[in-house]
Design a protein around this ligand. Sequence first.
Ligand code: FEO
Length: 630
Amino acid sequence: MHCLKKITNDLIWVGANDRRLAMFEGVYSVPNGVSYNSYLLTDEKTVLFGTVDKAVQQRFLENVTEALGGRTLDYLIVQHMEPDHSAGFLDILRLYPDMKVVCSAKILAFIKQFYDIDIDARVSIVKEGDTLNTGKHNLHFVMAPMVHWPEVMVVYDSTDKILFSADAFGCFGALNGAIFADEVDFSRDYMDEARRYYTNIVGKYGPQVEALLKKASALEINMICPLHGFVWRKEIEKIIAKYTCWSSYEPEKNGVMIAYASVYGNTENAAEILASRLRDKGIKAVMFDVSVTPASEILAAAFKWSHLVFASTTYNAGIFVKMEELLNDLVSHNIQKRTVAIIENGSWVATSGGLIREKLEECKDITFIDNMLSIKSSLKKAQLTEIDLMAEALITSFPDALKEMPKSSLNNVVSDGSIDPKTMFKLSYGLFVLTAKDDEKENGCITNTAIQITQNPLRISVALNKANFTHDMLVRTKEFNVSVLTESATFDIFERFGFKSGRDTDKFTTYNTDARTMNGIRYLPEHTNAVISAKITEIINCDTHSLFIADVVEAFSLSGGKSLTYQYYFDNIKPKQQSQPKPLISLKDVQEKRKGFICKICSHVYEGDTLSADYVCPICKRGSEDFEPV
Ligand code: FEO
């Protein structure tokens, strides 16, 4: 029986899921299955985008028949000839004898390689920039060689602004009844599989993926329809940001991945002690036994983490077989831009360390930690110092901003899109930096109005003065971050984010870290104990202010520092009178001759007997509630 998913009014998913496949491409375990996506466009002409793997052929043909609703098929667009997307090719040719095949010359050559058929009369060859009008829709053909095979072609529907992205933006995992990425908790449940899919399938071809991203950046994209995994219709920038990072080989997170090969546990012991030392210093470490964890998972982790440690016993006078396989995989996937440390072990002669280094020297931009640890059978007490030195050398190579952060913040410093409910405990009647970004600008302001309003769904509110530049950004973009300040906050944070308007200045120009959450918005990694990302669901007009109601989409703690309260700010952070920003009129004048009100935030003085409720400080844009009589 057919099982269709509606994508738009005239686009239907006609693919299928396979949960019985043990090894995708014979190499990659897929414990959660995989989807083979095919899409049918039912315009004045009908267009099928690709077919599927032979394992799900029957369901696919039922789907196509049902989705056509008695119509014939006019076009089959072939984007990629790998058999998991082309096994249904001959069946579709046979079932729809008047159908035209639309493909590039390269794809046609691949069709003839796979199938011994004379097909030229039925083929319409397209090249970069060609278009096909199907009635309402205009389809544009864009070549994407090596994402993942040389013949790959993506298609852009400029009518509905849909990118049919072939293997790009795909993901392992069956769809489980959903079709859109926003129907599931993608960050929590699928991002690791998206990374594993990308790094293993396309990871070798970073520059080619960058070329495709560059072409895509010129397009307005409302939806991405890949050949595996979910369709993206919301937060497309989230997956594009990941692809931008992965294709550049830049590490996604700061931390140490330790892969070890240990026959009797002694090499593992050294690796474990190193991980423990790193954790003691607040550096996140993850460990993989190469004999247990599939190489595809370790490869994905190597793309994720900034620092890599390889610990291997010597085996057959070389590197332990499973470690050697992993290293070969890393080299062939072009891993680069990493800091690497090596531990070797050998009961006769330890050779694995030098051989590991030799292999990784084939990769670009690898920085080796010089003091390799060499073990003879087992680690000795005297060698603990060497482990300490290795840990120290690794830590020294981390970015300064990370090293200076409080130890407790380091384990959680990196945004991963999940929600830690305990984060809400950090919200008090305190002071926060609220950050936002739109296409043109990144901005932030000080606020004291972030509060939790419901637990389920987890929802917060913030009130912002309408004169505030960030207010307008929130109205436009509907999303923001709240960084919860701690008592360690310094006055310059308030000067930067509180005393100037984003209209006139770029508050992040000289800001020295670029920490961002999954929504791409900056947060403050220092002098803060928690970060909350939220998506606005409602804006309530409150005269001078707007009250933004927002769902929490990500939340994590950064440190155990005490949340900063308004009172603490006045008592301990705000400079006393002599070093405050100069009031626009002399405070002395006001006190001696005139009445007025002083802004508690920036010390601007309003001269007059009364202060209207809708008065807004011209310096820091705070409302009348933040003024007190002089
Ligand atoms: Fe899913 Fe490159 O094929």
